[in-house]
Design a protein around this ligand. Structure first.
Ligand SMILES: Nc1ncnc2c1ncn2[C@@H]1O[C@H](COP(=O)(O)OP(=O)(O)OP(=O)(O)O)[C@@H](O)[C@H]1O
Length: 307
């Protein structure tokens, strides 16, 4: 699979502040790659260096075969980048914004096609200033994707959106990927990363502390699976300790709690049925990316950098 972005030992300092200490990762063609981290982890600095908006202090970097530090203009024509909200004047109409950005592309852009594709037709003549958060994001996605860039960089795309608008925006990201773009998505929403990303890099204090698929990370670092159900008269839950993969069995206030390897959930269910016991409230909690994040960094994704 082609490598679209290759980052090796990237470093960025601002005077005494080490924003990026030592970051390495690769992004492959056609994937949605997540960069996760709490506030101040170095995510924005990383994606700004990737598109040549900031100079690196050290390390090697290649984006679409180009050096963002030296070949910035050539690179910018091939990538789509999400704007910050403040980047558009309040009175600029949606259609005017799309036309303006279309002119910045080398190749002719089908403006009406873009308006249709991203559901902007009803908003066509509305000024940017009156758009809702979700409508703005839709416009930003459309602008980032004008001219079908090979690589799209999105930084905190859904911050400030309500759950419905957030899910609608996730759909837009999936559409980008289906059109063949490679997407780099900066987020501190673990649920978003789990829903969208093929692979994620977890950043903490200027370093990548893990990089893999969400599934591999949760299987490796998310901790055990927990199974709970109500104790049943005449059944000794400790008999489950002999089930392969089970690590512990506890009974507390009539509630049985079993922990173990991810394969234990199915095996415990089978063992219970074999013992003639069928709990009606059998629940399984699989570790999530949030658990992984906590294990790896010792903090919640929304927490700031420890000082
Ligand atoms: N221009 C700058 N001058 C000095 N320090 C900076 C500058 N830009 C960023 N930093 C510092 O570098 C570190 C990384 O910042 P960055 O914005 O990349 O983090 P982030 O992971 O994107 O955080 P957030 O989720 O809050 O946006 C932070 O400690 C920040 O204060």
């Amino acid at each position: 699979m082609n490598t679209v972005i290759s980052v090796e030992h990237l470093r960025k300092t601002y005077g005494d502040v080490i924003a990026i200490d030592d970051v390495s990762f690769e992004v492959r063609h056609g994937e949605v790659f997540g960069i996760l981290g709490s506030n101040g982890a170095g995510k924005t600095t990383t994606v700004e260096i990737l598109q040549g908006l900031r100079a690196r202090t050290g390390g090697r970097l290649e984006v679409l075969g180009l050096d963002p530090g030296r070949e910035t203009d050539r690179l910018r024509r091939r990538i789509g980048s999400q704007l910050q909200s403040s980047a558009l004047p309040e009175r600029l109409r949606v259609i005017e914004a799309v036309r303006l950005f279309a002119r910045l592309r080398d190749e002719p852009v089908d403006v009406d096609g873009a308006i249709q594709a991203w559901g902007l037709e009803p908003l066509r003549n509305r000024p940017f200033g009156v758009l809702s958060g979700g409508e703005r994001q839709r416009l930003f996605v459309a602008l980032a994707l004008l001219g079908d860039p090979e690589l799209v960089l999105l930084d905190e795309l859904t911050t400030g959106l309500d759950p419905t608008a957030r899910r609608a925006t996730w759909e837009l990201v999936r559409q980008m990927r289906d059109r063949g773009a490679t997407v780099v998505l900066v987020t501190h929403f673990m649920e978003e990363a789990e829903a969208l990303c093929d692979r994620v890099a977890v950043m903490d204090a200027g370093r990548v502390v893990a990089c893999d698929t969400p599934h591999a990370l949760t299987a490796r670092q998310g901790g055990p699976v927990t199974i709970t159900f109500s104790a049943i008269d005449g059944h000794d839950p400790r008999s489950l300790l002999t089930v392969p993969g089970v690590a512990s069995v506890d009974v507390d206030g009539g509630r049985v709690s079993v922990t173990g390897h991810s394969t234990a959930a199915a095996r415990v269910a089978a063992a219970l049925i074999g013992q003639g016991v069928t709990p009606t409230d059998y629940r399984t909690h699989y570790p999530s990316l949030e658990d992984v994040f906590l294990t790896l960094t010792g903090r919640q994704p929304s927490e700031g950098e420890a000082t």
